[in-house]
Design a protein around this ligand. Structure first.
Ligand SMILES: *Cc1c(COP(=O)(O)O)cnc(C)c1O
Length: 413
């Protein structure tokens, strides 16, 4: 069956025809038959160079042999036990080694669960109930963080979804990215804030980079107000390098959430932090968190294999950065938009300047993006189908792939 027919059946079975909203490409999404390395093979017989990489997890590309071997070997021994396994200690040790200042880890099943647990832990630790997030920051699809960006410089939360309890969301305050002053003002006027949760590099409105001293400034401001700083590194963890944004920028958060790459393509979320805070998590403390699939052996096996590979290929991040830059060089010299990149994350914004926050990103010309996206598909390059989703490269993208992607950008722009 071809994609068009599959999708028309899917619309009767799945709301909107898909299992997650961003996949609902009009008029119909392509269906994947298989994938390996940098390539996706569709059920329609097309092969695409993938610059979406499942929205970030597949740093080593599709079906990486080392990860496959680790998963298969775990499958031989069983894949779910409901008991502790040695792999938990192994992956926790690796994560703690790679993120100095973190001493304990809770494994959950998704990034969204990790941020939910982080916020509950911050509230339990401080005894305060308000949280601050950044406008346009995405932390998963749970109530406290499904908050629409408002119109003022700082706003009380308004639910971004039907069915979210307004009373809960009224505890979520928002500040613009790259505006330390706005954070200072919110914390000064709201004494009940438990934590600031932030993507240190915004990844869910396209990459929006922190300006020079911004992360250091918010570290100082949160510390001065005795507010916990939570870095949501679900995208940036192991994407921007070993140790993610906190090591790259040299800023130590109080709590960190990881996901995506740390599961090697299997579902995972990780909450980590120093012992003095983490020991409040159940069963050693009063902040409840539990899950049937917490620390599930297959995700741990995928994660361990990924981190081992990364540690044994120390040049891979530099190579990835060079590849991203090579695409940028094809684009920058000739066009009027803004090519933003960091590490293996990049995006071409249809606006003249790189955005510094959500509101500026939103000014991009999405009609032009849509036409561009379709043209790229015709060139055999699959980009995430939104102006506001980051493009990702993997270590499986060859120099030849980069040449094709760069040429496709030139042609399509
Ligand atoms: C993807 C993402 C999440 C949610 O992770 P899931 O595994 O999809 O629940 C949370 N935070 C950030 C920054 C993300 O990019």
């Amino acid at each position: 069956m071809k994609s068009e027919e599959l999708f028309s059946r899917a619309t009767t079975l799945l709301p909107g025809g898909v299992s997650s909203p961003v996949r609902a490409i009009r008029p119909y999404p392509f269906y994947t038959a298989s994938a390996s390395g940098s390539r996706i093979h569709t059920v329609d017989g097309t092969t695409l160079i993938d610059c979406c990489m499942a929205y970030g997890p597949l740093l080593l590309g599709h079906a990486h042999p080392d990860i496959r071997a680790a998963i298969c070997s775990q499958i031989e021994r069983g894949w779910l036990f409901g008991t502790p396994t040695p792999a938990e200690l192994e992956l926790a040790t690796m994560i703690i080694r790679d993120h100095p200042g973190n001493e304990m880890v809770r494994f959950v099943s998704t990034g969204g669960e990790a941020t939910m647990a982080a916020l509950r832990l911050a509230r339990g630790y401080t005894g305060r109930m308000d949280i601050v997030k950044v406008e346009g920051g995405f932390h998963g699809a749970h109530d406290a963080v499904l908050v629409k960006a408002g119109s003022g410089a700082t706003t009380m939360g308004v639910p971004d979804s039907a069915g979210v309890v307004p009373d809960l969301v009224s505890h979520t305050l928002q500040v613009p990215f790259n505006d330390a002053q706005a954070l200072e003002e919110v914390l000064r006027s709201h004494p009940g804030v438990a934590a600031l949760i932030i993507e240190p590099v915004m990844g869910n409105i396209g990459p929006v980079l922190p300006e020079k001293e911004y992360l250091k400034d918010i570290r100082e401001i949160t510390r001065a107000h005795d507010v916990l700083l939570i870095f949501d590194e679900v995208i940036t963890g192991y994407r921007l390098g070993i140790g993610g944004a906190q090591v790259r920028y040299g800023v130590q958060p109080d709590l960190t959430t990881l996901g995506k790459i740390v599961g090697g393509g299997l579902p995972i979320g990780v909450l980590c932090g120093p012992r003095r805070i983490m020991q409040l998590v159940a069963p050693s403390g009063p902040v409840y968190q539990a899950g049937t699939f917490n620390g599930n052996p297959l995700s741990l096996a995928g994660g361990i294999a990924t981190l081992r590979w990364l540690h044994s290929h120390p040049d891979s991040y530099r190579t990835l950065e060079m590849k991203t830059r090579a695409i940028g060089e094809q684009v920058e010299e000739r066009h009027d938009g803004a090519f933003v990149r960091i590490g293996s994350m990049f995006k071409y914004f249809f606006r003249t300047q790189p955005p510094r926050n959500y509101r500026q990103a939103k000014e991009s010309d999405t009609v032009r993006f849509r036409a561009f996206w379709e043209a790229m598909m015709k060139q055999g390059v699959f980009l995430p189908p939104s102006q506001f989703e980051t493009n990702f490269l993997s270590t499986a993208h060859t120099d030849q792939d980069i040449g094709i992607i760069g040429a496709a950008y030139r042609t399509c722009l």
